[in-house]
Structures are given as C-alpha cells and as structure tokens.
Design a protein around this ligand. Sequence first.
Ligand code: MLT
Length: 326
Amino acid sequence: MKRTFAAIAVAAAALTAAGAQAQNYPTRAITMIVPFAAGGPTDVIARIVGENMSKTLGQQIIIENVAGAGGTTGITRGAQAQADGYTIMMGHMGTHAAAPALYPKLRYDPAKDFSPIGMAAGTAILIAARKDYPAKDLKEFIARLKTEQDKANEAHAGVGSVSFTTCTMFNVMIGIKPTRVPYTGTGPVVNDMIGGKVDYVCDQIVNLVTQIQGGNIRAYAIATPERSSALPDVPTTKEAGLPDYQVSAWNAVFAPKSTPPAIVAKLNDALVKALDDPATKKRLLDLGAVLPQGNERTSAWLGDYVVQEVARWTPILKAGGVVAPE
Ligand code: MLT
C-alpha cells in the first residue's frame, strides 16, 4: 500500500513539474534548426518568422544552420533533440514529404517523429536560369536542354531538397538528364548562377524574386496556375507551354515528438502572431510567399498535411527512379 502511495506521489510530483515547466516556458533561448545553408529560402523564412516569434515568446530564437543530405541531416538532429521546446526546426516539402521516397534508411518518419507546430509559408516554384542562357522563352529553353543533356548544369540543394525534388519532376517530364550539381542550400546556388557557373535551378520564389526583379537571374516560368503578384511578368508554366508542370513547396515549423502540448500551443501561438504581424506579413508577401489561412495555421492541420504530402510525393519520386546514395 505504501509503495502505491509513494508511486502516486512521485507521478503527481512529475506531473506538477512538467506543468510548471510548460507554464513558465520559455525561460531561455530557443534554437531553430534550419537544415540548409544560410541565405536560402528556408533560412530566410525561418529568420523572418523567428524574429517576430522571439518578441511574442520573450526569448531569442537562434537560427542554427545544419546543412547536408538534402536537409535530412538537420531534421534528423531536430527529431532527436530533447522534446522540451528549446529545439525546434524549419522543415519543408523536401524534408517532410519527399525524403522518405529518396532515403530508404531515413532516420525519421515525417508523420510520427515530430510535434507539428504550424505552417509558415507556401512557396511557388520557378524554373530559372542564368541571365545569359541562350533561350528567349521556356519552349526554347526546353529545346536547348534536350540537345545539351548532360552538358547542362542543374543546381540543387541535395537529394530530397525542394530544388532537387521539383527539378527531378521537371527533368523527367521533358526527358532530359542534365549534370546535377549539389549545394548545401539554394542560397549559395544564387551566387553561382549570377556568376554563370550553373545553368538552371527549380527554386522557391522567396529565394529568387529579388534577383529576378534585379535582372540578375532569368525566370522562364512559375509553376502555379496563376502568376505571382511579386513577379507579374513571369508567365505560368501553362502560358509558357508546359501546363503539366504544376508544383509548389511549403515551409513549416516542427518540434520533436512528445513535446508537451502546452509548449506546442505557445509556439503555434507565436507563429500565428508572426504571420499576422503587419511588418512580418509584408516581408513574406513581398518575397512571393503564400501565407496559411484559418485552419491551415493549426498544428493538427499540419500533421494531417504531412501525411497527405508524403503519400502524394512518394509515387512521383519512385517513378522517377531516383534514390539517394547509401
Ligand atoms: C534552401 O533553403 O536552401 C532550400 O530549401 C533548399 C531546397 O530545399 O531546395
């Protein structure tokens, strides 16, 4: 009998401590892992929302760039972190939807190994090239790629990244096998593309919009049904003659699984407040991001969406026959 009471007392004390931990959270800085190099779309979105989340939470959100293996290195580290709310991560359609099909030994399950916090930004995909690429429109671009084949250099951010995934789809659709050049993120890709070192990329609008507006990079098409107000002169793939190439990406915040619900709720609240903050919202919209609305902002919606996205991308990528090196 005494043991039972003792066990109950210990359990009650543990619950009280956990409750107090969640109630007082956060009491110190929070690390947000960005699984790509600084300066790329995931990093930029993380820093924009993180800056405002810090104000709501009253503690600094410190971005830690952990690049490698198409973002799976950083997300694996995030999945294995303490579930105390002090390590979160910015994942995306690559790390949390494409990766299972491309990494047979992936060390996390996007649908089971995380506490989803919330969707941050939808990002249209652009087919973009170095500004002096000798093709005046998408049709000429595709024709030239077909003749160049492996003489054309396509840049991406590693197997499983958004740029890799979406250009796999593009390359398979038009029947080309370019030389694929891996980077630690598409931030560094932009510098090399401006320098003429790589020919093209399929990348998220938030990463390219400024360079395209400045004439430093050329966009042949945007892979969404409608043009983006951030790039009104860039035709849709439908207008440009490749209507079947319709693809967008998304970036979302995750915590390790079993993060206390009260902490998840505080992080979700801070993210939603960031998306509603006028200055933060403007920065994201000016970069061409699409912001989640209503129910799309909830943690539960993100959890369901990840399941749907894994199911959607797996057959597409397996059909492409691409598997990450062991
Ligand atoms: C990045 O932040 O560099 C991108 O998300 C990489 C990618 O997924 O293509």
